[in-house]
Design a protein around this ligand. Structure first.
Ligand SMILES: Nc1ncnc2c1ncn2[C@@H]1O[C@H](COP(=O)(O)OP(=O)(O)OP(=O)(O)O)[C@@H](O)[C@H]1O
Length: 337
C-alpha cells in the first residue's frame, strides 16, 4: 500500500544542513495501523510529511496505491493528495467557520453538487459522533471534539490513507482513548490504512499492528507491535517498551536478595499457563515474585515477571531450564553475591 524507498530529507539552512530523514525504507500494508515512534527530533514528522509530499524529499521514492508520488507534477499531486487524509496535534480548524463549514470546506476540491456535499457532511458528523455540534464554532469544542472534526475533515474525500501527526498528544488520557477507539473503528469499517507518529508507546500498544522506531533520522527497528514488546532488540526500543512495562527494580532491593533473580517473559496463550508454579512443584526451589504484569497487546497476552529463586544452585539451574524450555525468554538479571 505504502512503499517508502531509500527516502532522504535534508533541510538546508543558511549555515549548514540538517538531515531529517536518513535513508528510510518501509513497507506499510493495506488496512494496517502503522506506528512510528521516536523521541523529539528523531525525524518522525519529517518522514510523515514526506508521505504526502508536504515536505519534498531530497531523494528516494514514496509510492502510495501503486502511484509514485515523487514522480507526479503539481496537478497530479493535488489529485493524489485527496486520497491521503491528515490529522494534526493542534487540529488546525478554521476558527471563523462552524464545524459543518470546516468539513464542507474539505469537499470543495471534489466539486460535488450542494445536496451531495450536505449529505456527506452529515454522514461524516455522524461517523465521528458530532451530529449535534454541526453549527458550533471550534472555540466552543473540547480538544477531543476538535480532533473528531479534524478526523471528519480528513475523511471527507474517502481517502485510502490517514496520516496522524501526534494526533492525541494534546489530549488527556481518557480523551486519547476515545480518539484511538474512533481511529480503530474507522480503520476496521473503512479498511483505511493509518500511519501515525507518536512519542507515546501507549498509543502504539493500543491500536497499532506494526511499528518502527526512529532515531537520528533512521529506522533502527521495525516489526509487529507484539514482537517489539516481547523481544525488543535495540536499546532505544527497550526504553520505549520499559516506559510501559516499567520493570526496573531499585538497586537496594536487588542487593538485599539472597537468591537468583530472573526475568521471565511469556508470550501468547502460554502467559496464561501455570508454568512457574509447575517449575516449583518439579524442583526444590522457592520463588518470590518481586514484580509481575500481564499486558494485553492486540488481545494477545504478554506476561512479564521478575522473581527471586532460592534453593540449591543445581535445583535453581534445572528450574530455570524448565521455564526456559517453555517460554524461550528467561534472563538472569541478578545473582546474590
Ligand atoms: N523546516 C526545517 N528546517 C530545518 N531543520 C528541520 C526542519 N524541520 C525539521 N528539522 C530538523 O530535522 C530533524 C527531525 O525533525 P522532526 O521534526 O522530523 O523530528 P520529530 O521526531 O518529528 O520531532 P518532534 O516530535 O519534536 O516533532 C530535527 O533535527 C529538526 O531540527
Amino acid at each position: 500500500m505504502i512503499q517508502i524507498n531509500d527516502l532522504v530529507k535534508v533541510y538546508k539552512t543558511k549555515k549548514d544542513q540538517v538531515v531529517g530523514v536518513d535513508h528510510v525504507s518501509l513497507s506499510i500494508k493495506k488496512g494496517e495501523i502503522f506506528g512510528i515512534v521516536g523521541y523529539s527530533g528523531a525525524g518522525k514528522s519529517s518522514l510523515l510529511r514526506c508521505l504526502n509530499l508536504l515536505e519534498k524529499p531530497t531523494s528516494g521514492e514514496v509510492i502510495i496505491d501503486n502511484i509514485s508520488l515523487t514522480k507526479l507534477n503539481q496537478k497530479q499531486l493535488r489529485a493524489a493528495r485527496l486520497k491521503i487524509g491528515m490529522i494534526f496535534q493542534h487540529f488546525y480548524l478554521v476558527s471563523s467557520k462552524t464545524v459543518y463549514e470546516n468539513i464542507a470546506f474539505a469537499l470543495k476540491a471534489a466539486n460535488l453538487p450542494a445536496k451531495k456535499t450536505h449529505e456527506r457532511v452529515i454522514e461524516l458528523l455522524e461517523m465521528v459522533g458530532l451530529a449535534d455540534k454541526k453549527n458550533v464554532f471550534p472555540a466552543q469544542l473540547s480538544g477531543g471534539q476538535k480532533q473528531r472534526v479534524g478526523i471528519a475533515r480528513a475523511l471527507a474525500n474517502n481517502p485510502a490513507v490517514l496520516l496522524c501527526d501526534e494526533a492525541t498528544s494534546a489530549l488527556d488520557p481518557t480523551t486519547t482513548k476515545s480518539i484511538l477507539a474512533l481511529l480503530k473503528r474507522i480503520n476496521k469499517e473503512l479498511g483505511l490504512t493509518i500511519v501515525l507518529i507518536t512519542h507515546e508507546m501507549e498509543v502504539v500498544k493500543d491500536i497499532c499492528d506494526r511499528m518502527a522506531v526512529m532515531e537520528a533520522g533512521k529506522v533502527i527497528e521495525e516489526g509487529s507491535v507484539y514482537d517489539m514488546f516481547a523481544n525488543p532488540k535495540q536499546e532505544l526500543t527497550k526504553n520505549f517498551v520499559n516506559s510501559i512495562l516499567q520493570f526496573e527494580l531499585p538497586n537496594h532491593l536487588l542487593e538485599e536478595r539472597k537468591g537468583k533473580i530472573i526475568k521471565v517473559t511469556f508470550q501468547g496463550p502460554i502467559a496464561e499457563e501455570g508454568i512457574i508454579s509447575d517449575a516449583f512443584q518439579h524442583y526444590k526451589v522457592k520463588g518470590n515474585i518481586l514484580h509481575g504484569k500481564i499486558e494485553y497487546i492486540q488481545n494477545n497476552p504478554l506476561g512479564i515477571f521478575i522473581m527471586e529463586l532460592t534453593g540449591e544452585d543445581d535445583e535453581i539451574t534445572k528450574a530455570i531450564q524448565y521455564i526456559k524450555d517453555r517460554t524461550k525468554n528467561v534472563e538472569v538479571i541478578h545473582h546474590a553475591s
